[in-house]
Every structure is written in structure tokens, then in C-alpha cells.
Ligand binder design. Structure first.
Ligand SMILES: Cc1ncc(COP(=O)(O)O)c(C=O)c1O
Length: 420
């Protein structure tokens, strides 16, 4: 008797297997009962929401909604029909790409329907069999999947320790001893889970020194980092040294889709060779037109960014004052690490906070290293000081009622962030 491919579905294996086996809809796939905002209904009750990537608060923006409504009247829910290559290309798509290229200080850009597919499409279109890919150990799943999708031999995918420049240099040196073809380094700009910033100054210097190319997935940095929201490259002063700059619209832009920006020649190559877009219907006009409006708001978003960072700093300072270990907050993400949380304890803490009307998400190994849990708190520009205060009160009660041990030693901290 051969084993049935579906046999695993009745077990507790696979991602979040225990939760799936128990039919969970509280910790995994929680059902939200209202539209995105700083307060959202969950389980019939209002919660202060710290778990959506709506950094600039644009998900609630009335001007963007208005553009979407007007566009839907003209184009329907999904027009234009067809792939860009065949019949889905429009002047609006082209204009948006030009505006994004200008925004990213690159010659050209290409739209993708999802960030995830954009990362895969871009990398898989460029990397061929004997090229070598160098990735940061904490890179997002889309980058890892992109590396695999290229079809290069697994030995040609080399990982360096998270944001550790000695480790990157060693890797590039070794790679150069054996390389027959090209090398590309794939990093994030802002690491979405831990909230730290890639050391792009050194990464760009190293990729030049070892004659590699650099792709930066700035999903969490675009619109947020830098005076003009131009992203982590702008923030680190090295945007011109990034070979391919990638942003998604699913976070600060509060939309869907993404873009790769680079030289005209490279973008044209991607346009004709990225299978995830060549063989997919074009981005609906509702998104294209509303994204043009959003881009304007992002570019003129200095006040929103100022407030976003203010919320982040108030929250992280308040948590530190309560004795919590808050990781690096160079970006708006507030990562709160607590040692020794096993799954049950973590679930209890999350539930405790939600019972107090605070919606946060907890993250554990394998997303972060073993030995502790992390509350991943995501501020938005729209959160109020009162909401921050209520949240801090809930964390204070959690600390006291659950008698939390909060001390973190140096070696634990370096396991989170790697060596600089
Ligand atoms: C670093 C990174 N890259 C890519 C993606 C995928 O983007 P999207 O949600 O637009 O598909 C995400 C989203 O979680 C991300 O955090």
C-alpha cells in the first residue's frame, strides 16, 4: 500500500500543526471583525491594534478610498483584463512605474501583483544555474523561496550570520575562490521581525569589493525610513549603490503589490523574464490609481513619519521603564523580548493582553532564535498617546500578575541581532 499524499493532513505536523489540529482561530488566523485601524473588533470586543503593518495609517485614508471608489465605477473590481505582456498594460501602469522609479532614485521600475511574487520573480529572472546567491540567515521567506526558485544548486546558496559583516565578508571571499559566474547578495532593508536595519553602508562596500550585485527587499523600510520615506537606502545614504531596490505596497502603502527598481536595462530584462508577472494578470486599476495617490501621500508624509517614530519611541521607552527588554528601535517596530517563554506560557501572555483589550502578536523559534519569545508591536502614525498609556498599563499588569523575569544577558542579545 503506498502512502497517501493527504495522510499528513490528519496529523499535527506542518506549520502551526498543533493549532491547525485543534481548529484554532485565536492565535492563528484570528478573525477580525472590523476594518483596519488603531482599534479593531476581535471576539466581539474592541482591541487596541498593534499588529498591522499600516505604518503611516494610510489604510484609513479617505482620499485614497475616494480614488478607489471612482476607479471602481470606471474599471470595475478587476480591470484591465489580461497580462501586461498581452492586453493588460495601460498608461496608468506605466506612469506609476515612472513615479516609483523617481521615488526610488532609479532609472526604471516594474510593478508586481504581490510583494512575495515580486521578490521571487525578480531574483528568479536574473539568477541562472551557476550563479551564487548570498543571503542573510534572517531573510524573509520570500527571499529564501526566491533563491530556491532560481533552481541553483543548494550549495550555491550561501547564508551569512544575521547582519554580521565579518560573516558576510568571509562568505564573499570564499565564494570568490570558486565562482564561475555572477554573485548576488539578497538582504532586507529593515528586518521585519526583529526591527533592526541592515548595515547597508558596509554591505554595499563589501559587494563592490567582491564584485557582487545587491538586491534589497525593503518591505518594511519603504515609505517609513529616510526623511522622504525613500527607504533604508536613503536612510543609510547608499540608495545609489543598491543594484535592485524592492518595495512592497502591503505595509506603509496600505495596498497590495510591489515593485523592483533598477537600471532601465535590468528592469526591461525582469519585465520580459519574471515568470510570476509575465504569466499573471496585470495589477487591477483600482490599485494602480489609488497607489498613485498613496505615493503622493508617502512622499509628503513627513508629519506622518514623525508621529510614527514618536509613537514608537514613547511605547518602547515606556516598556523599558517597566523593565522589559526592547530590542533596537531604529525603525518603528517595537520588539519586546522575554526570556524562557515556552509555547503554552507565550499563549497565556498573549491571551492575557487580549483580555485587557490589547491585540499583539507573539513570535517564537524558528522565526527568532531559541530561548525566548518576542512580542512584535507595530505602531502606526494614527495611534494616540492614550492608547499608548492603556497598552503600557496592560504590560505592567502582565509583568506583575505573571511575575515575569525580564533580565536578558549579553549573549542572548547577540543571538538575536548577530555581531556588528
Ligand atoms: C521582507 C518581506 N518581503 C516580502 C514580503 C511579501 O510582501 P507581500 O505581502 O506584498 O506579498 C513581506 C511581507 O510580509 C516581507 O516582510
Amino acid at each position: 500500500m503506498h502512502k497517501d499524499i493527504f495522510a499528513k493532513c490528519s496529523t499535527a505536523e506542518g506549520y502551526f500543526g498543533q493549532f491547525r489540529a485543534q481548529g484554532d482561530r485565536y492565535f492563528t488566523l484570528p478573525v477580525m471583525e472590523s476594518t483596519p485601524g488603531t482599534v479593531m473588533k476581535f471576539n466581539g470586543k474592541d482591541h487596541i491594534m498593534w499588529s498591522i503593518n499600516n505604518y503611516l495609517g494610510l489604510a484609513e485614508n479617505e482620499e485614497v478610498k475616494q480614488v478607489a471608489v471612482e476607479t471602481a465605477k470606471e474599471w470595475g473590481a478587476s480591470g484591465p483584463m489580461g497580462a501586461r505582456m498581452m492586453s493588460g498594460n495601460t498608461v496608468d501602469h506605466i506612469q506609476l512605474e515612472q513615479q516609483l522609479a523617481e521615488f526610488a532614485h532609479k532609472e526604471s521600475s516594474i510593478l508586481f501583483n504581490y510583494g512575495y511574487l515580486g521578490v521571487i520573480g525578480t531574483i528568479a529572472s536574473l539568477v541562472t544555474k551557476d550563479d551564487i546567491i548570498v543571503i542573510d540567515k534572517l531573510d524573509h521567506a520570500s527571499i529564501v523561496d526566491a533563491a530556491i526558485a532560481t533552481g541553483v544548486d543548494r550549495r550555491n546558496i550561501r547564508a551569512f550570520n544575521h547582519n554580521d559583516m565579518d560573516s558576510l565578508e568571509k562568505t564573499l571571499k570564499k565564494v570568490n575562490e570558486v565562482r564561475e559566474k555572477g554573485v548576488i547578495v539578497l538582504t532586507e532593508g529593515v528586518y521585519g521581525m526583529t526591527g533592526d536595519v541592515a548595515n547597508l553602508k558596509e554591505i554595499t562596500a563589501l559587494k563592490d569589493k567582491y564584485e557582487a550585485r545587491l538586491f534589497v527587499d525593503d518591505a518594511h523600510g519603504v515609505g517609513v525610513m529616510g526623511e522622504n520615506g525613500g527607504g533604508t537606502g536613503e536612510y543609510c545614504g547608499v540608495q545609489d549603490k543598491i543594484d535592485i531596490y524592492f518595495g512592497t505596497f502591503a505595509k506603509a502603502f496600505a495596498s497590495i503589490g510591489g515593485f523592483s527598481a533598477s537600471s532601465k536595462e535590468v528592469v526591461e530584462w525582469i519585465r520580459y523574464n519574471a515568470r510570476t508577472q509575465v504569466f499573471a494578470k496585470s495589477l487591477p486599476m483600482i490599485y494602480v490609481r489609488s497607489l498613485k495617490k498613496t505615493l503622493e501621500l508617502v512622499i509628503n508624509g513627513q508629519e506622518r513619519r514623525r508621529r510614527l517614530f514618536e509613537v514608537s519611541h514613547k511605547l518602547s521607552q515606556g516598556l523599558r521603564d517597566l523593565g522589559f527588554f526592547v530590542g533596537k528601535v531604529e525603525t518603528p517596530i517595537v520588539p519586546v523580548f522575554v526570556p524562557l517563554g515556552d509555547l503554552r506560557v507565550t499563549m497565556d501572555w498573549i491571551q492575557y493582553l487580549r483580555n485587557k483589550g490589547i491585540f499583539v502578536t507573539g513570535v517564537m523559534y524558528p522565526v527568532i532564535p531559541k530561548g525566548f519569545m518576542m512580542f512584535r508591536i507595530i505602531p502606526t502614525a494614527n495611534h494616540t498617546d492614550e492608547q499608548i498609556e492603556t497598552t503600557l498599563q496592560a504590560f505592567r499588569s502582565l509583568r506583575e500578575d505573571r511575575n515575569l523575569k525580564l533580565e536578558m544577558d549579553e549573549s542572548t542579545v547577540s543571538r538575536i541581532y548577530g555581531k556588528k
